[in-house]
Write a protein that binds this ligand. Structure first.
Ligand code: HXC
Length: 261
């Protein structure tokens, strides 16, 4: 598909990986309706392609995404926002993707950009990354999960600080706080993210999907329910050829060749 607001590739250096670059340089990759619709299409295409095992979403060196598009939003009425269920479809497209999605963040990840990164399964950051929820400066609030996900990721004190002041947080603070899993030098970030994604894509896609589902369940369930679900899914993984292959390969001291069956 030809996209207007994205560049979508399957880089040769990273087998099994779809790389999605947000590409609205004139607006620091601000998220508008067109971009979110295309992101939904690109994610659906990657989800449907058996050759793809992991997705990386990135932006430019200067900005992952500087938020929802303020110019598109500014004149909307409450009735329009409510009728369009503003950005709910975009959020659902990300949440509905069963394959892992890595956010590779350089530069600004603000407002909806920070929220998009947090909707991904984990965040790899460049040392130049700057995260923030500056909606308070516009007289509004985060609208695609920022108040909820940031609080779960970094705790109430830092989430309140970030959201009530609108200040930005650098990569090191974000890593210390648990928002980011790893930091890389800016010029190697995308290559490093592709290497991480290729490693994920080489695993059993069945086990990967179940592992993703289980970690996400930790947010939605009690500990005992989550542990019970984990035990059930762990047992069920023994129904797949990939479990036999993975364990046989260990015993035979060779690399496993997973088939997704
Ligand atoms: C629309 C944006 C934009 C945005 C930047 N631009 N952010 N356009 N929406 N969110 C545009 C600018 O208007 C400008 O266009 C061009 O991108 C370059 O930006 P500059 O401001 O000139 O760059 P710089 O001085 O380097 O400052 C970078 C910045 C700043 C600190 C990131 O752009 C900024 O504060 N942006 C807004 C961040 C923000 O408030 N995000 C939250 C949005 S609300 P021109 O045409 O002038 O060159 C939100 C709600 C989510 O996200 C909930 C949704 C449901």
């Amino acid at each position: 598909a030809a996209y207007q607001t994205l560049i979508v590739e399957t880089p040769e250096a990273a087998p099994g990986v779809t790389l999605i670059r947000l590409n609205r340089p004139e607006a620091l990759n601000a998220l508008n309706t067109a971009l979110l619709a295309e992101l939904g299409q690109a994610l659906a295409a990657a989800q449907a392609d058996d050759a793809i095992g992991c997705i990386v979403i990135t932006g430019s060196a200067k900005a992952f995404a500087a938020g929802a598009d303020i110019k598109e939003m500014s004149d909307k009425s409450y009735a329009q926002m409510f009728k369009d269920d503003f950005f709910a479809a975009g959020a659902r497209a990300i949440e509905g993707t069963r394959k892992p999605i890595i956010a590779a963040v350089s530069g600004y990840a603000l407002g909806g950009g920070c929220e998009l990164a947090m909707m991904c399964d984990f965040i790899l950051a460049a040392d130049t990354a700057k995260f923030g929820q500056p909606e308070i400066n516009l007289g509004v609030a985060p609208g695609i999960g920022g108040t909820q996900r940031l609080t779960r990721l970094v705790g109430k004190s830092k989430a309140m600080d970030m959201i009530l002041t609108g200040r930005m947080m650098g990569a090191e603070e974000a890593e210390r706080a648990g928002l980011v899993s790893r930091i890389f030098p800016a010029d190697t970030l995308v290559d490093e993210a592709l290497a991480v994604a290729a490693r994920i894509a080489a695993q059993s896609p069945l086990a990967t999907a179940m592992n993703k589902e289980l970690v996400n369940a930790a947010y939605e369930t009690t500990l005992s329910t989550g542990v019970a679900l984990e035990r059930r899914l762990f047992h069920s993984l023994f129904a797949f050829d990939d479990q036999k292959e993975g364990m046989a390969a260990f015993v035979e001291k060779r690399k496993p060749a997973f088939k997704g069956s």
